[in-house]
Structures are given as C-alpha cells and as structure tokens.
Design a protein around this ligand. Sequence first.
Ligand SMILES: *[C@@H]1O[C@H](CO)[C@@H](O)[C@H](O)[C@H]1NC(C)=O
Ligand SMILES: *[C@@H]1O[C@H](CO)[C@@H](O)[C@H](O)[C@H]1NC(C)=O
Length: 280
Amino acid sequence: MMLSEKLRLLFFFAAVLSTKTPCTIASSSFIYASCFPSRYPPDTPFQYNVNSVLASIANSASMSSYSCFASGNDSSSPPGSAAYGLYQCRNDLSAEECSACVQSGVEQVGLVCPEAYAAALQLDGCLVRYSNYDFVGKPNVSVAYKKCSSETSGGDVGEFFRRRDEVLGDLGSGQAFRVSTSGTVQGYAQCMGDLSPGDCAACLAQAVEQLRNACGASLAADMFLEKCCARYWVSGYYPRAADTSDYTDDDIGKTVAIIVGILAGVALLVVFMSFMKRTR
Ligand SMILES: *[C@@H]1O[C@H](CO)[C@@H](O)[C@H](O)[C@H]1NC(C)=O
Ligand SMILES: *[C@@H]1O[C@H](CO)[C@@H](O)[C@H](O)[C@H]1NC(C)=O
C-alpha cells in the first residue's frame, strides 16, 4: 500500500468517525444493501467515475429529493468505464433531513459494498444507488427487498384486514408519493423520480399486489421493488418512530452507527499501526 493511500484511508475513517454522532435520526436507519458480487480494480477510470457520481449525489441532496448522475458516458471516455447513479429521498423529508440521509448513505455504501461494480443502499429515508449499467429511467419490478413482520394474533382480525386493504388500495392508486392511514394502519408508497407516471403506477400496483399476497396478516410489511416501494405498519409496531412524520432516535439506526463506528475504529487502528511501522 502506498503511503499516500494510507493517509487517504486515515482521513476517510476519521471523517466517518466524526460524522457518526450518537443521535443519528431514524430516517438514516438501515433497511437493506445489495452489492454486486465482483469488485472493480482500484485506480481505474471506472473508480474515478463512481467516486465522481457519489460525490455529486452527496453534494446535491439538499437541493432536491431525487436526482441522477452519470460520469464517463461520453465518447471521449474509455469504453465500459461509465458510472450511473441516483438517490431518492422520501418525499416528505425536509431538505436537511434528505441531505443528511443521502450523505450517510454514500458513506455507508462504500463501507458495506467496497469496490462493487454496482450497489444499492436503502435507509429509512433515502436510497443511494450506482452501477456500471445505465439503469436510470428504465422500469424494473424485480423485488429488491421484502420483509413481512409477525402476524396479527387475537384482536379483531377482520377489522385489521379491512383497514390494511384500505391503506393498500390507497397506496396502489398510482401516485408518485402517497401516505395513507386507516384506523390503526398506516403506510406510504413511493416511486423513484426516474419513472414515468405510467411506469410508476404499474410498479406500485405490483408492489401492493406482492404485499397482499406475500405478507398475510403481518402487522408491518415492506416491499421494495427496484423502482418503487410500498410499506405499511400498525401504529405502535415501530416503537417511538411509529408516526410517519416523527423522526426520532431509532435503535436500529443507532446500532448500525455504532457497528460502523467500531469497524471504522478498528480499521483506523490497523492503518495507523502499519503507518507507524512503515515510517519507523
Ligand atoms: C450521459 O448521461 C447523462 C445523465 O444521464 C445524460 O444527460 C447525457 O446525455 C449522457 N451523455 C451521453 C453522451 O450519452
Ligand atoms: C431488474 O433488476 C434486476 C436486479 O438489479 C436485474 O437483475 C435485472 O436484469 C433487471 N431487469 C431489467 C429488465 O433491467
């Protein structure tokens, strides 16, 4: 490892540590990450283009809830070196919350999926995604992540289904972002900003259909397709963060922040020790 590279790592981990404050808001809670299995070689044009796309993503999230970027997709760049990326915040986040979420997503995607040709990281409030394949603007209804919670037991099951189906019907109505509540059931659905209204409606219909079919009487369920998501929960299922507009501290977010912090700390120590050995 070159000395300059070590220093860069040192600064990188120092930056990660310094931005991981204990009161990470719930909109930064980790939901899923998917990493393309093969890794790109370092110091290549593709690495430069990925870093450039991720930097643009981190810098522009305070200006809009969705944006997409490309680097190296012009005829003067080496073939195959282009990188494409986008971020999408939950539409009801403030500009500050969106920016904080996306910056955290960009940091984490580099740690969770180091040197992956393509990666997606979904936090509670935002998605960060990049690839060597131009996926932007292309509809895709593959399941990226799904989770069905434990099922309702006791209580008025009929009432639960009626309320849940009302919320799901509402979420499936095809709007790019929709929050819905019926009785104790709440939910929201959202499309990526790169979908046309028609593709968005088709994606949401799929997401809702899959939730209904896959999750039975689950008290909470998440369906993230490649280009849209639908989620619902009964109030009180997510302690403290149950209300859609209430972004308070969240235990999962804190745990992820602590784990990332510890990993970064260990890496920092290793890098520092090898740095000291080398300079001696
Ligand atoms: C590169 O990608 C950007 C963003 O998707 C697009 O606006 C631009 O037209 C592309 N350039 C070329 C030469 O294809
Ligand atoms: C949809 O996304 C999945 C997962 O990223 C990918 O394997 C598949 O090829 C995509 N389908 C299309 C039509 O782009």
